[in-house]
Design a protein around this ligand. Sequence first.
Ligand code: NAP
Length: 470
Amino acid sequence: MEEADIGLIGLGVMGENLALNIADNGYKVAVFNRTAEKVETFLNNSGELRANVMGSGDLAAFVAMLKRPRSVIIMVKAGQPVDEVIAELKPHLAEGDVIIDAGNANYHDTVRRFSELDGTGIGFLGIGVSGGEEGARHGPSIMVGGSEAQWKNAEGVLTAISAKFNGEPCCAYLGTGGAGHFVKTIHNGIEYADMQMIAEIYGIMRDGLGMSPEACAKVFTEWNSGPLDSYLIEITGHVLAAMDADSGKPLVDVIVDAAGQKGTGRWSAIEALSLGVSATTIEGAVAARSISAMREERIKGEEIYGAGAKGKATISLEALEKALLAGKIAAYAQGFAVMAKASEEHGWNLPLDAIARIWRAGCIIRSRFLDQIAQSFAGGAGTNLLVQPAFVEMMKDSSAALRAVVATCAINELPAPCLSSALAYFDAYRQARGTTNLTQGQRDFFGAHGFKRLDRDGDFHHEWPSLVEK
Ligand code: NAP
């Protein structure tokens, strides 16, 4: 019986919650999962939403439950599993049906999947979904890429299930092909930078100022009422305040200092490097997770070189707050600059203001700050946040604090790779006369690469002395 408005394959944490969200919004959803028992369990646990959910552990029976043209969301482990699911699903679909990959795909895979489905009559959308388990259940941020016609078919349900900011849906069509998954990748790159800078500030509080987790928690909680107001600052307060029932210690003190990563942060850095866009704060955050995983080496390193100066830093909490804001502006400036360049390269015409708008709620980096970014980019103004008038004012007010904090870290031997790179990015961005005139001279010396002159147009080469040993 064809009665489900939409199908969903993959009952992991995200798929299960997304299906309940769809049902909660009044749509009938059919589910399928590789491990068939999960379908039964899901249906049995769907409670008051039972009337809107159906499903089968048999793929053909699942497809038969869908209204035509069929829309099927795939929410399985990213990578090869998505290709396997598409291959199994394809023979059951017909012209006009649409497959929607909602996982964290590498956008290059999305582009390939578009071309593999091209000519089959089966449509494809690559959508980025952010917000974790809670977002999936109550409203994630949804970044859509693909053909506009296919977006129109899925627009109703995707808009309904998305988060709302002041009543506005956090779901938008962003461009063709891999645009949605590319934007989701950069979202995660910015998320890495945001999280790492918060961790660096916590490190200064803990090691430089000798503050307890409880004291740090109070500060972050207070900051959540100011310009740093965001989901990540809010959860930081909760993480630092949590106590471990087993040891009676603050939980954060018993958690191993080695961070995991699934790939999207790294992809952001790779894409920035490929596009030739400076995104050093995002790169720094990826590198910080990598070095965090080298725990044994770090322990040996401290034995050899000694620990940083503990409890000796003199810096105010106000300076830390402002430094975090300045670092955040630099990191977001980099992320948006990467998206602007990719948009130009792929002809996506990415709406930077709409991207900021759909990140204001539902996703992990949601914040008051994103509303300011959305306003700044409204109407397609400029591409770098550092030249947007509202952010120029904020940067003028906070960059001195970032400088003081980075200097404090250097003197007290406290690593702050993201805050330092944010400052370096800002200083480089505002330096009218840089130093690569020397680099160009060196390149011309050893490789005859030529150089431009400030006083004349054209390409020039200098006759350098030969250093060949006689
Ligand atoms: P996950 O652990 O990435 O995937 C679990 C689901 O994938 C299960 O339904 C599993 O089926 C299915 N699966 C794995 N390999 C398969 C294969 N070869 N063929 C068919 N199905 C296969 O779960 P998740 O955390 O819910 O994430 C789903 C997607 O959302 C991923 O792309 C993830 O990166 C993305 N995402 C996750 C989050 C998050 O906070 N977790 C946030 C945003 C986006 P079985 O039950 O049979 O094993």
